[in-house]
Design a binder for this molecule. Structure first.
Ligand code: FNR
Length: 362
């Protein structure tokens, strides 16, 4: 179907599922084990309702914000999701270009399909990019990568901490892309298969809080800790002077199954420790597909919301135009939501505009 027929992000996801190779679809869609966290990310969002205010003169709506001082036209960013090249030959470069056109930030995965030089080359002059780091067993390797991304002009480091080992992603495990048929025959039945297997093993399982200190010594760039899943860890992370942002995330349900929904952790943090939001910027991701989802998170104190799969799917289905369309759909939905609930700027978004409801609807 033509891109113009796409009304929302789910429409684009449906197209991606149809046009992608089985291997690529399984890698992108994969979740851990029984997918409870994957599905709960969506389900939890349905429990947060708005308390819309009326007669607020919503003719002019400003959706812009700053993320670590970098301007963003919307309170969203493209999250670091590996191997954009599985979906489209131009891989991350398409997302870089669409992010520039749409005025949003993009976090480049440690496991990007394109080289860092290619990605930097696809940038607009002055387009800020974030680099997502997994720490390698050999710290020297990571130290060199950090030097390189600083030289290339990346503006922040997103340190992912929810993946000491990969989650057991069963769609992906069943795919088993092994180059050599014999090897495939001989692969033990429970060995990791799929795309994940090819990128596992290189990163350190023994990362700890000491590595946040190590990272602070390696880079002057602001650090975002990605993959925080409890209020306790939000508080710990916010103690490090180099840590300027925390991203509440369960990796889109790809890591610990039964990790809590990100929106619920954000809500608990806002209820119990509102002061944290003044100390560090708080971001959230996992299952955000609608402008309403994003505005809810902003009301609960999130500076911005990341999306992972949606941009990969759009890139796979329609390339750069699809990624741009995804941003524009979200822009329209965010503006519409703000107008419906009486917000003309994101700075007016407050927790009082949200009500948690035990009851929701199917
Ligand atoms: C990811 N994610 C991820 N995170 C990260 O820090 N480094 C990475 O390399 C990847 N790779 C990756 C690949 C794929 C295919 C997906 C779907 C996700 C997690 C990503 O940054 C983000 O946390 C989730 O994708 C957010 O959830 P949604 O928006 O996909 O529901």
């Amino acid at each position: 179907p033509p891109l113009g027929a796409m009304i929302n992000l789910r429409d684009i996801e449906e197209v991606a599922k149809k046009v992608m190779s089985m291997k690529a679809w399984h890698y992108y869609r994969s979740d851990a084990e029984d997918g409870y966290t994957y599905r709960n990310n969506f389900a939890a969002l349905t429990h947060y309702f708005f308390r819309p205010r009326i007669l607020r003169e919503v003719g002019q709506v400003d959706t812009s914000t700053f993320i670590l001082g970098m301007p963003s036209s919307l309170p969203i960013f493209a999250g670091p999701a590996a191997m954009a090249g599985l979906g489209h030959p131009d891989g991350e470069k398409n997302i870089v270009r669409s992010a520039a056109n749409g005025g949003i930030l993009y976090g480049i995965s440690s496991n990007a399909s394109c080289s860092l030089e290619e990605i930097a080359g696809a940038r607009q002059p002055d387009q800020p990019l974030i680099f997502q780091l997994y720490i390698a067993k050999d710290r020297k390797v990571s130290a060199d990568v950090l030097k390189k991304v600083e030289c290339l002009g990346f503006k922040a480091i997103m340190f992912t901490v929810d993946a000491p080992v990969l989650g057991r992603r069963e769609f992906d495990m069943r795919t088993r892309i092994v180059a050599d048929d014999d090897e495939q025959e001989n692969a033990p039945p429970n060995s990791k298969g799929g795309v994940s297997a090819t990128i596992d093993g290189y990163f350190d399982v023994d990362i700890g809080w000491k590595d946040v200190e190590w990272l602070q010594r390696q880079t002057k760039l602001p650090i975002i800790i990605k993959g925080i899943q409890t209020v306790e860890d939000c508080l710990l992370a916010a103690e490090y002077p180099g840590v300027k942002g925390i991203l509440i995330s369960n990796h889109g349900g790809r890591q610990a199954d039964y990790a809590p929904a990100s929106i619920d952790v954000l809500y608990e943090l806002r209820q119990t420790h509102p002061e944290v939001f003044d100390k560090v910027e708080v971001y959230v991701d996992g299952g955000f597909r609608r402008g309403t989802d994003i505005v809810k998170a902003v009301c609960l104190g999130a500076k911005a919301v990341g999306l992972g799969r949606s941009f990969l799917y759009a890139n796979a289905a329609y390339g750069e135009r699809g990624v741009s369309k995804t941003i524009e759909i979200l822009r329209e939905e965010i503006v519409n939501c703000m107008q419906q609930i009486g917000l003309t700027s994101l700075s007016q978004a407050r927790p009082e505009m949200i009500k948690y409801m035990e009851r929701t609807v199917e």
